[in-house]
Design a protein around this ligand. Structure first.
Ligand code: CA
Length: 228
């Protein structure tokens, strides 16, 4: 079952989302408060994508997102935001969300985003690919994990996909468009900034000093490269 958590306090919007998810073959689990959402997540450990509204009666969606990530979960998270300011999107992504959809959204737009993320989270079965070793890093496609100096680096599915792309192409300059297409899929219509935000977050996790990156280096006006 393709279980998806829908956290939204406005009944009309929640029903609209739920109906459209059902039509597309998902099994929505509904919550209208942050507390309820966290309880449902505990009871359903097979939820692989969560849609989190930002403005909630008891807390905000960013807090719920932070909570989910703090528990070590790598489920896909899409923020539903009514706020169109760039900062709010960035805040959402920095707390560990994979994507965001701005209200009002069309069913087609929402489902496209959910489908893309769902595919990414379920992952094309990586099969028996060998570990990739690079400097202090070991990436295991079998377990979808990254270790640095023997310590586990906690990554979201999106971050994992980006780092895998880098480690498979060491020393090669990758354009932001190329990263977006590879990680988010060719049908993704969001903007390129999402790549930069994820890279910024990834650097905080993998670099010794995030402000002086030595592993994920910037190619000005183009994109990024693994290694210098
Ligand atoms: Ca709301």
């Amino acid at each position: 079952m393709k279980k998806i958590l829908v956290l939204e306090d406005e009944n009309a919007i929640r029903s609209f989302v739920v109906i459209n998810l059902r039509r597309s073959g998902y099994e929505p689990i509904e919550a209208s408060t942050g507390e309820e959402a966290l309880k449902l997540l505990e009871e359903n450990d097979d939820i692989c994508v969560a849609l989190l509204d930002v403005m909630l009666p008891d807390t905000d969606g960013f807090e719920v997102c932070r909570h989910i990530r703090a528990s070590g979960s790598r489920m896909g998270i899409i923020m539903l935001t009514a706020l169109s300011q760039e900062m709010d999107k960035v805040t959402g992504l920095m707390t560990g969300a994979d994507d965001y959809v701005t209200k009002p959204f069309s069913p087609a737009e929402l489902i496209a985003r959910v489908d893309a993320l769902y595919r990414r989270v379920r992952g094309v079965m990586d099969g028996d690919e060998d570990d990739i070793v690079s400097g202090p890093f070991v990436l295991s496609p079998r377990n979808r994990t990254l270790d640095k100096n023997g310590e586990r680096v906690r990554l979201t599915q999106t971050e994992y996909s980006i780092i895998k792309l880098f480690m498979e192409n060491p020393g090669r300059a990758l354009s932001r468009e190329e990263i977006l297409e590879n990680v988010w899929g060719p049908e993704y219509k969001g903007d390129l900034k999402i790549v930069d935000v994820n890279i910024r977050r990834l650097r905080m996790k993998v670099e010794d000093t995030a402000t002086m990156p030595e592993y994920i280096t910037t190619i000005w006006g183009y994109g990024y490269k693994w290694g210098s």
